[in-house]
Design a protein around this ligand. Structure first.
Ligand SMILES: O=C(O)C1=C[C@@H](OP(=O)(O)O)[C@@H](O)[C@H](O)C1
Ligand SMILES: C=C(OP(=O)(O)O)C(=O)O
Length: 433
């Protein structure tokens, strides 16, 4: 089936002003959705992610026997299967969501039954060998299609594993932990760069026993999870678009409340600070061990400076790099990004698409295998942006468009709904024209 791409016109803005509360974090919602569906009892969440990716997770978990009820005001209730999933009647459709496919594979590998996981064209191009390897080492019977989806799993009892992840990936870490949860003995995941730790925090919240050190996390099997109630913190990766937009306009004032500020996710605030943006964090509290707070941003009168994102920082900021690169031409000194090769295997090749779209808007940019150099002090013009069906590219260039000369058309703008369906309405709300 071929569906026409939607186009969205973005006009330049004069300023960014406003106060917002954002929908729930996508990464946390995936984990709460998956774990509550697997646990014993009924869980209840407010501010669950409104994105299509988390809807894919919930749909897969329903097909596996969980009862998912959507109440008013973004509340969802999930009654779990109590540790044993049902055999689904057809393939589990993970849509566009790498998180869903990789994490559910770990959950299902030790379960009884046969499961097929499929995804859309973009997800079917993404690397899955990274989960096949550790799961196979645990004894799982898991077949890929030339390294990709569709994935077929013949569930079987597994043996515990001590695994060092070759690429920084919280999805792979979670996949192994979810298999370890159901496997006798202790399963350990070691990582050179500490990736987002929502799974560790969520597993604990659901009652699992997890041990962790600076560079490892261990889970002992077999454990039963119990239902929880909670509020999902606002999504900082969605907030990134508005934080970067505000940083572009001296005189802007943006306040985001109930925002997730987990230290493994909040490095963007440090990077924006290093560029000269003033950021205040207020009302910090913890919800199921996740830090939540209010963030107030205002841009420097003299414009943004320059910065370099490399090493562990690049891995921790991986989802925010497209928007950082998209605002880089408007800084005074430019932004250098390296060690971000993983960007090439996301929903699109995000290095290639960012470079292509920056050039379409008239920017000078140098592409590297693992990043890019974007010089500062540039003037961009409006253009037609190819989002490649990638939500973060569509939203990143909507932000770049706010400071461009002339209007910009975002082609494939509907992809924003993968993580942030409210994006364009909220952008209109805070952008003064
Ligand atoms: O665990 C998660 O929720 C995610 C981990 C990251 O992917 P990788 O695990 O592939 O690095 C990130 O890019 C993705 O948006 C969400
Ligand atoms: C890479 C992303 O998600 P996923 O891997 O779950 O598709 C993303 O949201 O930017």
């Amino acid at each position: 089936m071929h569906t026409a791409l939607e186009e969205r016109l973005i006009r330049p803005a004069r300023n960014i002003n406003g106060s917002l509360r954002l929908p729930g974090d996508k990464s946390i919602s995936h984990r709460y959705g998956m774990l509550s569906a697997f646990a014993q009892g009924t869980s209840r969440f407010t501010n669950f992610s409104t994105g299509a990716d988390c809807a894919s997770t919930l749909a897969c978990m329903s097909a596996l026997g969980a009862i998912v009820e959507r109440k008013e005001d973004g509340v969802i209730e999930v009654t779990g299967v109590g540790g044993k999933v049902q055999q689904p009647t057809g393939p589990l459709d993970c849509g566009n969501s790498g998180s869903t496919m990789r994490m559910i594979s770990g959950l299902l590998a030790p379960q009884q039954g046969e499961f097929t996981l499929i995804g859309d064209a973009s997800l079917s191009r993404r690397p899955m060998e990274r989960i096949r390897k550790p799961l196979t080492a645990m004894g799982a019977k898991l077949m890929l299609t030339e390294g990709h989806a569709p994935i077929t799993i013949h569930g079987a009892p597994l043996t515990a594993l001590d695994y060092t992840t070759p690429v920084p990936s919280a999805q792979v870490k979670t996949c192994v932990l979810l298999a370890g949860l159901q496997t006798p003995g202790t399963t350990t995941v070691r990582e050179a760069v500490r990736t987002r730790d929502h799974s560790e925090l969520a597993l604990r919240a659901f009652g699992a026993n997890i041990e962790r050190g600076l560079d490892y996390v261990s889970i002992s099997g077999t454990q039963t999870l119990s239902a929880i109630e909670g509020a999902v913190p606002g999504d900082i990766s969605s907030a990134a678009f508005f934080l970067c937009a505000a940083a572009l306009f001296p005189g802007s004032q943006l306040l985001l409340d109930s925002l997730g500020l987990n230290p493994t996710r909040a490095s963007l605030l440090d990077v924006l600070t290093s560029l000269g943006t003033q950021i205040a964090v207020l009302n910090l509290e913890e919800k199921h061990s996740e830090l939540v707070g209010t963030v107030q941003v205002s841009a420097p009168a003299e414009g943004l400076g320059s910065t370099s994102v490399t090493g562990a920082l690049a891995a921790q900021l991986i989802d925010e790099l497209p928007v950082l690169a998209a605002i880089a031409p408007y800084t005074r000194g430019g932004i250098r990004i390296r060690d971000a090769k993983e960007l090439r295997v996301k929903e699109s090749d995000r290095i290639a698409l960012v470079v292509q779209n920056l050039r379409t808007m008239g920017a000078e940019v140098e592409e590297f295998e693992d990043g890019m150099d974007v010089p500062g002090g540039q003037t961009l013009h409006g253009a037609t942006i190819d989002s490649g069906g990638d939500h973060r590219i569509a939203m990143a260039f909507s932000v770049a468009a706010l400071r461009a000369e002339g209007e910009t058309l975002i082609s494939g703008s509907e992809s924003a709904a993968i993580s942030f369906p409210e994006f364009f309405d909220l952008l209109d709300f805070i952008a003064e024209r």
